[in-house]
Design a binder for this molecule. Structure first.
Ligand code: ZN
Length: 462
């Protein structure tokens, strides 16, 4: 048995280099995957060229998901997809140095059914990040390597040491294409594609290999960590649709300063958010994207800390918390190949539906609406989300004292600020950003970290 898969390559850049990369990949990539899988994987490559009106916009994670769905069609609900895709873009706005990434299903709250999630459907390659790191003509070789690497993730391959295609060359330096290969274990996994949902795209979640290989991290966890990881939540009792943030604080424990990868996000393989559900089942928060190399490194002096927040109410496919009840949440951070730190554990209570409460009726109707929910999760505006802001503003005015209201102000303020600080800045966006961030920062309900962030953005807005 073998696996026939439609594989589309699409361009989100008008630069000629994007088209030459797509041409170079057309035969090469099908050959590599066929040869490395003992002819189990047959890619029917379709070079789709420039993807319509999706060009010349800044590329974010949700832009990629929309462009991918445009190529592969709507495949949600299928765990055996027939179509996968690769996007070639100039750069990834949130991290312009990235070479590429693999993405799971976007956060889309109309589907909280875990069986409706479609993981590992596509990936992206970013020309600017590659060219900056590999000047001259060597960028093309790195771009081809990156394309094979990202597609390897789509087949659920994890990072590996050189000279594998699964080496993180953005962090570890280039590998000439002539030396690059899939290791015997990777080849064995690829050759199971037609028979295993853990390899076939759309099958299991990324990094869930169903015990096909040992987990290398869990074998080496005995060291005393050099950092301390503390987590908190913006609310510990909430409904599943309310925007809840996880606050992380990483503190150095050593006398000397400590270098750690800047990878505190569920999109990095170094960082995992674990959730114990009320029924006892344990799972990982599923990031809508998978990054291949840390953004950089963080240097923490003794006693110094680093803070950030992560939206945890949504994940790839839909809402994170599906059932009411107590959820235990904690994080694990592998900050070096042999060392990791485990955070404290939070108990978060997801409230039951309350159909007799007027607030619940209004809140669930408004906040569960797909575009409104995406506005709160991605904190960015697009035309569909912009038309929803007015209703959200009325809702906030009507329910000023609800515990989730400061977070709604915060998300709206960040979304308007993102626009106000971009090329398309307008007076209205600046005014709305200031109004919501000020309202959010009032009364100290945001927590220290978000409070500082809100104040910083307000300063930038002038
Ligand atoms: Zn990778």
């Amino acid at each position: 048995m073998s696996s026939y898969l439609d594989f589309s390559i699409g361009l989100l850049t008008t630069k000629p280099d994007g088209a030459s990369l797509a041409n170079n990949l057309q035969n090469y990539i099908a050959h590599v995957f066929s040869e490395s899988s003992e002819q189990d994987i047959h890619l029917k490559v379709r070079n789709r060229g420039l993807l319509g009106d999706a060009t010349n916009v800044p590329v974010f994670s949700d832009t990629l998901h929309q462009a991918l769905e445009g190529m592969t069609g709507y495949q949600r609900g299928s765990n055996h997809v027939s179509h996968i895709g690769m996007l070639i873009a100039d750069s990834f706005e949130p991290a312009p140095n990235f070479f590429g990434l693999m993405f799971d299903e976007a956060f889309a709250p109309d589907s909280s059914d875990p069986w409706a999630w479609t993981p590992r459907e596509g990936c992206a390659v970013f020309l600017d990040g590659i060219k900056k790191a590999r000047p001259g003509s060597s960028w093309m070789e790195e771009a081809i390597f990156t394309a094979v690497h990202e597609l390897g993730h789509v087949f659920n391959l994890q990072h590996n040491e050189a000279p594998s295609f699964m080496t993180q060359t953005a962090a570890k330096g280039p590998i000439p294409l002539n030396d690059a290969l899939f290791t015997p274990i990777e080849r064995r996994l690829l050759s199971c594609c037609s028979t295993s949902p853990f390899i076939w795209p759309g099958g299991s979640a990324f990094s869930d290999l169903g015990g096909m290989v040992d987990d290398p991290i869990s074998a080496s966890s005995a060291n005393r960590p050099a950092v301390h990881l503390h987590i908190g939540a913006s609310q510990d009792t909430f409904w599943a649709f309310e925007p809840v943030e996880l606050d992380l604080r990483l503190t150095a424990r050593n006398k000397r300063s400590t270098l750690i990868p800047d990878a505190l996000d569920a999109g990095y393989s170094e960082f995992t958010i674990w959730i114990d559900q009320p029924n006892g089942e344990r799972r990982k928060l599923r990031s809508p994207r998978h990054y291949c190399a840390p953004r950089g490194t963080l240097r923490l002096a003794s006693g110094e800390h680093f803070e950030r927040d992560i939206s945890i109410f949504g994940q790839a496919g839909g809402y994170t918390f599906v059932n009411a009840g107590i959820h235990r949440v904690w994080c694990e951070f592998s900050y070096s190949p042999t060392r990791r730190v485990v955070s404290n554990m939070l108990e978060l209570e997801v409230k039951s539906r309350a159909p007799t409460s007027k607030y619940w009726q209004d809140a669930s109707t408004l906040l569960e609406e797909k575009h409104t929910a995406q506005l709160l999760y991605y904190r960015r505006l697009n035309p569909e989300r912009r038309v929803r802001t007015e209703r959200l503003q009325h809702f906030i005015e009507a329910y000023r004292r609800q515990p989730t209201t400061p977070m709604l102000h915060y998300a709206l303020g960040r979304a308007f600020a993102q626009e106000a600080l971009s090329l398309h800045r307008t007076g209205a966006a600046i005014r709305d950003a200031r109004h919501h961030l000020k309202a959010a920062a009032k009364n100290g309900q945001l927590g220290d970290h978000r409070q500082h962030l809100a104040e910083n953005v307000l300063r930038k807005l002038g």
